[in-house]
Ligand binder design. Sequence first.
Ligand SMILES: Cc1ncc(COP(=O)(O)O)c(C=O)c1O
Length: 346
Amino acid sequence: MHDVVELRSDTFTLPSPAMRDAMARAEVGDDVYEEDPTVRRLEARAARQTGKEAGLLVTSGTQGNLVAILAQTQPGQEILLDADCHVFTSEVGGAARLGGLQTRPLATERGFLSPRQVRESVRGANIHLPVTGLVCIENTHNRHGGTCSTPEEIAAVAEAAHAAGVPVHLDGARLFNAAVALKRPAEDFTRHVDSLTFCLSKGLGAPVGSLICGSHSVIAQARRVRKMIGGGMRQAGVLAAAGLVAMETGIDRLAEDHARARQLAESLLGLPGLTLDLATVETNIVRFQVATAERATELVAGCAARKIKVHHAGPTSIRCVTHKDVDSEDIRRALDAFREITAAWR
Ligand SMILES: Cc1ncc(COP(=O)(O)O)c(C=O)c1O
């Protein structure tokens, strides 16, 4: 039980005592010279676990996506992505501003591009058209409620892109949530993509950091891009040490977050004035709608008054995210609050 129940995001997780201890004892060196042994260990582990040749530590998921995109495209090209994905909606237009790229958002039902959409959207050789430079996909999908695409869906999209000579980047900020939820090795989700990012600083519980993984040549180029945008860190082993603990202890534990999210969602279903599609609750995110914007504001404020923080994700949309610092008692308290506030809406 915690004084404040923090359900806004899994980015609020605090480093465990074991992480702090590992950070304090980390063996370090200058990572721009590739001489930080702890960073190298983390990058090797990330590569191994995603079935790729190499990994690269970056500061954040946003930096990881940007660097991976810039490493595989040329200014003036177009990238294909789903209209609700994080790269398009929430990364400050970095691909356009820093990569000179045109983003082409495509509407999807569950957040996942279909092979057909990719086939029909890759540009032809016509002189008027931009060149399609990259396809970006996201798994799990944040805005669609932490939904998972299967390894088979990813393979089919990648096959369509590769048939047109276009590489694929996977924003796997919560890749391991998908792997745990579908009980498949992470490698199954990443085998067919050319690059991927995953975050250490969300459900895995590290304070900072994301990894890009890909072939030696993609990672070599990504290393240059990371340096260009000021992301070359020096004794970054203090961060990597926490990341290694996160990878060792944080992955299997995600199943607990999924169970709590499910419990929360199932109990919310019966409350007046709330709409929720249980089918979207596959991992640690619960998104639901409130009948009016006023009531959504009332719900967020009522929760805050009870020391329960939820994310007001849109005018009538609320998001709750479970993570290692939310326990069963916290879920019970949150549900009591939702029940009390919505009781007046009957
Ligand atoms: C799907 C997805 N991609 C990328 C990011 C960006 O990660 P960061 O906050 O570390 O920049 C997030 C953050 O919530 C996300 O949900």
